[in-house]
Design a binder for this molecule. Structure first.
Ligand code: ADP
Ligand code: ZN
Ligand code: ZN
Length: 798
């Protein structure tokens, strides 16, 4: 847990297992000593004394204390009867709350997370407060007053007659900044604060003044609403109103209503094929929760990719919705948080951290695309928002509504066992068919597993000609036909960059990251070699550093290369790319999406980003350049991820009036995930994969924890992992199996060597026991430079 470097003057006390910790509202006893949890990666509380002048704060209140040379805001987690001997206790400097600041259930949720994920309580508590305002000190009132003030806003430009538009564009031709600002203002559908506008469009205020001076733009004072996404919606279209609910949708919403009324505290899985109207069910379920004065939290995997979903909610609920996203400044986040806490907005939508918004009690928690990996936090506490949502609903008597076309195996198993409810939407809206999926085998022979007759998938007997990098003849022809018919196409390749790696043809040298033991990816937009893990970059070499040879070859396709191949193949086509490299600027994702929607783009090449949430009626063809990118990873979820990605991306086709077509290029045409995805056969895949996992002892058949030892020195890390292993085996915990220790598949990352042990257990309690035991012994088992990371219910073992 990495807290060893931190030392306090005060004697630490272990808070776990102390009586009183589960009762947040209980006032601490007199004696004036309190135990404080601080927002640090440190697994213990600290004793402070409360001076006579101060009231003794209750458990769950925030206080300001000195820690080392810093002042910090901490949480009262208990009272201390006996002062620790031999230390001079430091005083509590300020008591911020007379009452506990979290609700009883929020407090208990934080405790549950700390225990389950083996994390310091201070880090779990921190999730409940806006970042930057960690344990925010009560400046709320001042800020709220400021919020009512007026500020200058850029007003939307109405439509212009074509002639005038052309003239203005011409007049602005020599001033690119002004042109950009003018075009952005044309896209607005509501006023946007001037500073926000400049920041997002990337122009100075002088540019706005110049435009206003020419009469091309209006800037006026308006009351401020500090939420850039609200403004960014301006560049998003308003969705057409939807018709009445289908019978299936009505049934699903009806069940959620009953659960809400019963305050059951239960979870329900909404399993619905792509385009079956799940989002509409979420919207209606939220409306149902609000009818009786309730609150709702809507979680999406990545807010940046969720613009279509957010606008559906915004259209329906307008200002009753707060959007939490990473684009918010600390101040904006604090504002949103205050408004939610004050009960001004009953709906919160956001990425996983929105789960901790201060709604008091969440009557409904929607988890959209519950199978998505983005719900897992990759630092302590390593929580999974779907699982914490289920825990929160159980604590508060709320409903957790988990939706997906491709549920995680865990959730599907829980629905099967009755732990979760199970709702199904088996048909697309308007009886649209699911798109036909054709497998294009790139393999020379077919004997790589699978029975073509049984697979039911179309297979090409001879491997097709490759007409351009990444494009077989069938895919190239399908692209041409699609564009000739005036339709759009998506091309998926889940690898960004130009080529996967660069290799010397003479000696076999491959360019690797100096900090990570992985190969560097070749990028051509800005010609560089890039590490996709630590972002290290270096120039492309002219010669091999090992043998001085100059025959350097690049291997493995990336999105940049496919984009170029499509442009070469179809010179007239408008081709755009969507991956991490083209969407790093704020709202660029929404801009590309809009360009697709407006049919300004014919072919969109992209990584998994294009597989998610797109609802574009113009897309008639989806091409998967390689279905195999994830399959060879040494990870037990490789097959599940491949299946999910293929089904999701196939689901982007045929959402309009014309039936969609999907072509999947693969070297493994018989692989179970690929065959099942081609048949839109979730249940078949689930049954097969669950059996495989049972055989190998992986979830959902078992409970898993990944214990990673990392440090700068390889020998020390190996020794530490050995010590952990030895210690656990000595304990002989029944029902616990230990796999390893072994180097992690990504053995060296960011300058640290990593070894891991995989703990498999039949049930949760034995894992609790083993993991806490390890956490407490970190200092004795490991060398001081090494770290122990515990990942409970890991999504990836890399
Ligand atoms: P999913 O979330 O399951 O992929 P969506 O909720 O996005 O499905 O619905 C797919 C499409 O069908 C969307 O364009 C949506 O506007 C439309 N739609 C959803 N429900 C209805 C309905 N009851 N009547 C008409 N159109 C609907
Ligand atoms: Zn060489
Ligand atoms: Zn690196």
């Amino acid at each position: 847990m990495g807290g060893k470097a931190i030392r306090a003057n005060n004697e630490p006390t272990h808070y776990r297992g102390q009586p009183g910790i589960d009762q947040p509202s209980k006032a601490t006893e007199s004696g004036g000593l309190v135990e404080i949890a601080l927002p640090l990666p440190i697994d213990r509380g600290f004793t402070y004394r409360v001076s006579k002048a101060n009231r003794v704060p209750p458990v769950g209140a925030r206080v300001v204390v000195g820690f080392g040379r810093r002042r910090m805001v901490g949480f009262v987690v208990g009272s201390v009867a006996e002062p620790p001997r031999g230390v001079r206790l430091r005083p509590v400097l300020e008591v911020l709350d007379a009452e506990p600041v979290l609700s009883d259930t929020e407090w208990r949720l934080a405790l549950w997370m700390a225990r389950y994920y083996v994390a310091p309580i201070g880090l779990a508590l921190r999730l409940f407060f806006p970042p930057g305002a960690t344990y925010a000190v009560g400046r709320g009132e001042k800020r709220r007053a400021a919020r009512r003030k007026e500020r200058l806003h850029v007003l939307p430009l109405g439509p212009l007659p074509p002639k005038e538009e052309a003239e203005r564009r011409e007049a602005l031709g020599s001033a690119p900044g002004q042109l950009r600002a003018w075009e952005a203002a044309r896209l607005l559908d509501r006023p946007i604060e001037r500073g926000d506008f400049c920041r997002r469009v990337g122009v100075s205020e002088a540019v706005l003044r110049a435009l206003a001076g020419r009469g091309f733009l209006a800037v006026e004072p308006r009351p401020i609403v500090r939420d850039p996404l609200l403004a960014s919606d301006a560049v998003l279209p308003v969705v057409a109103p939807e018709g009445a609910l289908t019978g299936d949708q009505q049934g699903a919403v009806g069940t959620v209503r009953e659960m809400l009324a019963a305050r059951s505290g239960e979870a329900v899985l909404l399993q619905g094929v792509t385009g079956s109207g799940k989002t509409r069910v979420y919207v209606e379920a939220v409306a149902a929760a609000l009818e009786s004065g309730g609150r709702a939290i809507v979680l999406v995997p990545e807010i940046g990719l969720a613009a279509p979903v957010v606008s559906r909610f915004r259209d329906r609920f307008g200002d009753r919705l707060a959007v939490l996203h990473s684009g918010l400044s600390d101040g904006e986040r604090f504002d949103a948080w205050s408004r939610i806490r004050a009960g001004e907005v009953p709906i919160v939508i956001g990425a996983r951290s929105a789960l901790f918004a201060p709604v008091g009690r969440a009557d409904l928690i929607v988890v959209d695309e519950e199978h998505e990996g983005a719900y897992k936090q990759d630092e302590t506490p390593r929580y999974h928002a779907r699982d914490v949502a289920v825990a929160r609903a159980a604590l508060e008597g709320g409903v957790a509504l988990l939706g997906s076309a491709t549920p995680s195996l865990e959730s599907r198993a829980n629905a099967g066992s009755g732990k979760y409810g199970h709702l199904r939407l088996e048909r697309r809206i308007a009886e649209r068919p699911l798109p036909a999926v054709e497998i294009v085998s790139l393999a020379r022979r077919r004997d790589r597993g699978g029975d073509p007759a049984k697979d039911g998938a179309t297979q090409v007997p001879e491997p097709p000609e490759i007409v351009a990098p990444g494009l077989s003849r069938p895919l190239a022809e399908a692209l041409e036909e699609t564009l000739a018919a005036g339709d759009q196409a998506l091309l998926l390749l889940n690898r960004r960059g130009f080529s996967a790696f660069v290799q010397c043809l003479d000696c076999g040298w491959v360019a690797e990251c100096p900090a990570c033991r992985i190969s560097l990816t070749v990028h051509r937009d800005r010609p560089r070699l890039l590490c996709h893990y630590c972002a290290h970059d270096e120039p492309l070499p002219d010669a091999c550093p090992e043998c001085r040879g100059i025959r350097l070859d690049t291997r493995g396709l990336g999105t940049q290369q496919v984009e170029r191949a499509v442009k070469d193949l179809l010179p007239g086509a408008r081709v755009t790319r969507m991956d991490v490299d083209t969407t790093s600027a704020k709202w660029s994702h929404a801009r590309i999406y809009r360009a697709m929607q407006e049919r300004e783009v014919d072919v969109l090449v992209g990584t998994q980003m294009i597989a998610k949430g797109f609802d574009l009626p113009g897309v008639a063809l989806v091409g998967v350049v390689s279905a195999d990118t994830a399959l060879h990873l040494p990870d037990f979820r490789a097959s599940e991820r491949t299946f999910q990605l293929l089904v999701q991306v196939a689901g982007r086709a045929g959402r309009g009036d014309r039936p969609g077509r999907v072509l999947v290029q693969t070297w493994l045409p018989g692989q179970s995930a690929i065959v099942a995805a081609a048949g839109h056969d979730y249940e078949g895949f689930y049954r097969h994969e669950v059996e495989q996992r049972r055989g190998l002892g992986y979830p959902p058949a078992t409970r898993l924890a990944n214990v990673v030892v990392s440090g700068p020195d390889e020998e020390s890390v190996a020794g530490g992992a050995g010590a952990v292993d030895h210690y656990l085996r000595e304990r002989r915990l029944p029902g616990l199996r230990i796999v390893g220790p072994a180097p992690c598949p990504l053995e060296r990352l960011r300058g640290r060597t990593r070894h891991h042990l995989l703990l498999k257990a039949d049930g949760a309690p034995v894992l609790d026991d083993a993991l806490w035991d390890l956490a407490r012994r970190e200092e004795t088992l490991l060398a001081s430079a090494d770290r122990l990371e515990i990942d409970r219910d890991p999504l990836s073992l890399l």
